[in-house]
Design a protein around this ligand. Structure first.
Ligand code: BDR
Ligand code: CA
Length: 307
């Protein structure tokens, strides 16, 4: 079984990523850590706990991580995810509280405790992962890969920056410069995974509680994407990180060097993706180019049917 830690800021697509992961028998979810991003940390953590209840992940530790970026001021995304970070469905209050341990410490502990190398799936700003790497650089040796959602050759929060990287560029730079193999689901590929009206119809045909909630999440998410970006459907960005872990054959990737702009007057948080090798810098990432869209939605629908 592949051991994973999901470091997230739920978030509609983060929540659906957890739903997909929990349905995969070949994944062993060691823990879920949360970060401030789509909403403030208490909210993203409560949302993670609610989703864990929904998919019966009640034995998996949920740790509250960083409330603020490493050095910048916190910004959230209520325009996309609503004030709660997970507006749309009515979810019951969580059955338990978050762990006493800080999210970054949970990452350190779980990686150290694991006999097998661990894959980390960050689907929010990279603050917790950067903190963990600063505090315990030795965990690098037991991290197989970091499969993250962030960045791209264009932006969604500034003309050139994607939200997760933009929210904490210093943390992102630390991760890309860490020497750990990084797999990047950027906007170039996540915008191919649009939950269109047709997809939502397929989801709604499935008669169980989890599918019903996912349908409601997608309807809300699509409404804000329509309003903000005039998209017909919402891209389920974060879900691609989980899909990659179980079905890498659905992804066309390219080996590249990626680094992060932290100083630009207009471009802080931009990922510099050297698609043509013009910098001569060493390859440090696999960058997502093309998704097997049909295969991806098949994986998602099959997962929902299992609930
Ligand atoms: C990313 O930002 C958040 O809104 C989503 O959850 C995703 O992780 C997309 O830019
Ligand atoms: Ca997210």
């Amino acid at each position: 079984k592949r051991k994973i830690i999901i470091d997230c800021d739920p978030g509609h697509d983060d929540a659906i990523a957890i739903v997909l992961a929990a349905a995969q028998p070949e994944l062993d979810i060691l823990g879920i850590t949360t970060v401030s991003g789509n909403a403030e940390i208490e909210k993203t953590t409560m949302n993670a706990l609610k989703i864990c209840d929904l998919v019966s992940l009640t034995d998996v530790v949920v740790s509250k991580g960083a409330s603020d970026p490493l050095i910048r001021l916190r910004e959230t995304a209520p325009g996309i995810h609503g004030d709660s970070g997970l507006d749309g469905p009515e979810l019951p209050e969580p059955s338990r509280s978050w762990s006493e341990e800080h999210g970054a410490d949970t990452i350190i502990r779980l990686v150290k405790e694991s006999k097998d190398p661990v894959t980390i799936l960050p689907t929010g700003p990279l603050t917790n992962v950067a903190l963990a790497l600063s505090k315990a650089p030795e965990i690098k040796d037991n991290i197989e890969e970091i499969v993250l959602m962030g960045g791209g050759t264009f932006g969604n929060w500034t003309p050139t920056a994607e939200f997760n990287i933009w929210a904490d560029p210093e943390a992102a730079k630390k991760v890309f410069d860490s020497g750990i193999p990084v797999v990047v689901m950027g906007l170039d590929i996540t915008h191919q995974a649009l939950a269109t009206k047709e997809v939502i119809e397929e989801v709604n045909k499935i008669d169980n509680k989890v599918a019903k909630i996912v349908g409601e999440l997608l309807v809300f998410f699509a409404s804000t994407y329509k309003e903000m970006f005039d998209f017909d459907g919402a891209p389920v960005h974060d879900v691609l990180t989980v899909a990659y872990c179980v079905a890498p054959e659905l992804f066309k990737m390219k080996d590249v060097n990626i680094t992060v702009e932290t100083k630009g007057e207009f471009t802080a948080g931009t990922t510099l993706i050297d698609l043509h090798g013009v910098t001569g810098r060493e390859i440090n990432a696999k960058f997502g180019l093309e998704l097997d869209i049909e295969g991806f939605w098949k994986l998602m629908i099959e997962a929902l049917k299992k609930y």
